[in-house]
Design a protein around this ligand. Structure first.
Ligand code: GLC
Length: 666
């Protein structure tokens, strides 16, 4: 059962699509207590055994207990354990224990979930203004509650089948030749691949919806040539529109008043990759439609997929921020003047100050450090929402959602019969109807393989089914073993993309020794695509989860509930990736009898029935493990070099004798 409560004057976020009557709050909301005296605060006394699920793209475990999380879409590439905010804001949690209650706080600004952080057994959810909708969902299990939630937020985005292929990306591919070399590296080594991503360097001076003509002399022909090799090129689109006379998108946006504005009505200016930019006001329906229509510039050139980036929106610095630094420097200069010239000029100290930022006084340094993604900047611009100016910080978490909605709505019009790949970095619940997400800038760290795994079911709970992480890690230098182990998890994530940052060690699969191991691991993905895509479609069509925590399927098994390094996938599988270095296997927990499967490097398949309980499984770097649930089977096909080449004539069934599988196709 779903109940909707209203507090104050909420902003309409469009997260929920179901029409639900508002319930009276006589006698509370049936769960915890609420105060609206000093902002909004929900309080709930947790039982010792309660598990708290949800929060989508968030740090730490599947059970969110024992830490605090702040919904605040943040451009922060350092996902260390203490971080409280990542790129998405997904305000749905499930309290699972004696009762199972789902709570969705539909509030588009900063919202703090203190889940036993301040006090071990106390859950509080609080925000500054008591203006929100609160949805309270009761059901018989955490799984049931989650499915009810998924139903009210509307059907998740369906990615095209080709988007279940493998993709290679790197920030640093600049020219058509660079891209061709990547494709050659894969095709020559017979490592299957379907997508190569175009990071910011394909653009002319980082201008959205442009292509650098020197780097790509005949872009449509190039796109077609790639298609002929069964490669989809997926360009990045950034939120900021470069300020440059003669650039049509900038000029049109200014003329129509479609950029975010300062209080005085002037267009807000922020620096991102292109230098000074304006942000399209994607919360204004007319501006959203306008920005979305620009994607046609690239679809007209043959492009059929996009990734939307920097849409928290990320701000390197603003004009106001620079002015403040300048003011602090001027004040410092004045102070030095006052101290007399002998102390500053003419001796070494003066030069030191100029050359060494650390020598700058605290005031100047702190202003400089505050430049990037400064909360003050988010108070400096406004959205025009149906004629009303709304200050950005009050609706901050909706920007990435609406940028991707702009694209999603437009692509439906541009090509109504064709599915396009679309995913975003920043998001809010509601965006899941328009596109998927990737989990942003992770690092080539073993701990981030595990973080990737743990985020997947939480994201599914919040509607984001087409999702994945930068395999091999974005920042830092990757090693061969790390990439292989991470790919063996990526085999199962809907988005399977290897992506790395500029300046890091090259981590395309053909850069390492024994390429056959990479060929094999990615080959396994292609053998599984009919099954994985079928389970993806079933999950989306039934408001169900593709990835689930073990506790969703085995709610009475405490050991299963506490197992956070294995996941249920679809109705048939349990996955148990290896995520530590220098090991030849791992310990797994089986909540019931299952069949252990290993895809061996020689193409054979190892099968062994294992009893309920704890086992140590050996998994070499070049093997892909999975478990098939008792009485189930899955289809597998022969390896293909691209999704289009998958031959259903080669299908065989793997698992328990006598089982059958219903394959759902597009
Ligand atoms: C951001 C993105 C990353 C991309 C880079 C350059 O950091 O998250 O994926 O490679 O910008 O565009």
């Amino acid at each position: 059962m779903v109940k909707k409560y209203v507090f104050g004057n909420p902003f309409e976020t469009d997260a929920v699509t179901a029409k639900i009557e508002i319930s009276e709050q006589t006698g509370g909301i049936g769960c915890g207590s609420i105060s609206t005296e000093n902002g909004f605060c929900f309080r709930y006394q947790m039982d010792r055994d309660d598990v708290i699920y949800g929060l989508g793209e968030a740090n730490r475990g599947i059970n969110k207990r024992g830490y605090q999380y702040i919904s605040k879409c943040s451009d922060d590439p350092n996902h260390t354990e203490e971080k409280t905010s990542l790129y998405g804001a997904h305000n749905f949690i499930v309290i699972s224990g004696k009762q199972n209650v789902g709570l969705f706080f539909d509030y588009p600004s900063n919202l703090t979930f203190d889940i036993g952080y301040t006090k071990q057994d106390l859950l509080t959810v609080s925000c500054e203004r008591a203006d929100l909708y609160l949805y309270v969902i009761t059901g018989e299990s955490a799984y049931d509650v989650t499915k009810q939630f998924r139903k009210i937020i509307g059907k998740s985005y369906i990615a095209p089948k080709y988007a279940f292929g493998f993709g290679q990306s790197r920030w640093g591919y600049k020219t058509a030749e660079d891209i061709s070399n990547v494709v050659k590296g894969y095709r020559d080594n017979q490592i299957p691949i379907d997508m190569v991503y175009l990071d910011i360097d394909y653009m002319q001076d980082y201008k959205d919806f442009t292509v650098n003509p020197e780097r790509f002399p005949d872009f449509p022909k190039f796109v077609q040539g790639m298609k002929d090799q069964e490669i989809h090129l997926i360009p990045i689109i950034d939120a900021g529109v470069k300020i440059e006379d003669g650039y049509d998108i900038y000029e049109e946006g200014v003329e129509k008043g479609y950029f975010c504005k300062r209080e005085d009505g002037s267009d807000f200016v922020a620096a991102v990759w292109p230098g000074w930019t304006h942000f399209p006001d994607v919360l204004n329906p007319a501006a959203r439609e306008w920005f979305g229509s620009k994607y046609e510039v690239l679809t007209d050139l043959g492009i059929d997929g996009f990734w939307n980036d920097m849409n928290e929106p990320a701000i390197f610095y603003s004009e106001e921020g620079i002015q403040e630094v300048n003011k602090a420097i001027a004040a410092y200069a004045k102070e030095l003047e006052g101290k007399g010239s002998e102390q500053v000029a003419g001796d070494d100290e003066g030069e030191d100050i100029m050359n060494n930022a650390n020598a700058l006084p605290g005031e100047v340094r702190s202003k400089m450090e505050q430049l990037q993604n400064n909360p003050e900047d988010y108070k400096r611009f406004y959205h025009n929402v149906n004629g009303k100016m709304v200050r950005h910080d009050l609706v901050h978490n909706l920007y990435g959602f609406n940028m991707t909605r702009a694209a999603g709505e437009a692509l439906q019009k541009i090509a109504p019969d064709r599915k396009m790949l679309l995913f975003s970095r920043s998001s809010y619940i509601g965006m899941h109807r328009y596109g998927g997400i990737w989990t942003g800038d992770n690092q080539s760290w073993w701990s981030h393989i595990l973080l990737n795994l743990k985020m997947m079911p939480s994201l599914n709970m919040c509607g984001f089914v087409y999702t994945g992480s930068d395999l091999g890690g974005f920042g830092s230098n990757a090693t061969r073993d790390l990439v292989l182990r991470w790919l063996a998890l990526g085999v199962f994530t809907p988005l399977m993309r290897n992506h790395a940052a500029l300046g890091t060690r090259e981590q395309e699969c053909y850069q390492f020794e024994n390429i056959e191991d990479f060929r094999h691991v990615i080959g396994v993905r292609y053998r599984l695509i009919p099954y994985l895509y079928s389970e993806f479609l079933k999950a989306v069509n039934n408001d169900d989860l593709y990835f689930r925590p073990l506790g969703f399927d085995y709610p009475d098994d405490r050991r299963a509930i506490e197992t956070e390094d294995q996941l249920m996938l679809g109705k048939e599988l349990m996955i148990t990736p290896v995520y530590t270095q220098n090991v030849s296997g791992r310990t797994v927990y089986l909540p019931e009898e299952m069949k252990f499967i290993k895809f061996m490097p020689d193409g054979s398949i190892y099968e062994e029935i294992m009893d309920k309980g704890t086992h140590y499984i050996e998994v070499a770097l070049n093997e892909v493990p999975l478990f098939i649930r008792k009485g189930k089977c899955i289809p597998v096909v022969d390896v293909a070099q691209s999704v289009a080449q998958i031959d259903m004539g080669t299908v065989q069934y793997l698992g328990y004798d006598g089982a059958s599988y219903e394959l759902v196709e597009e």
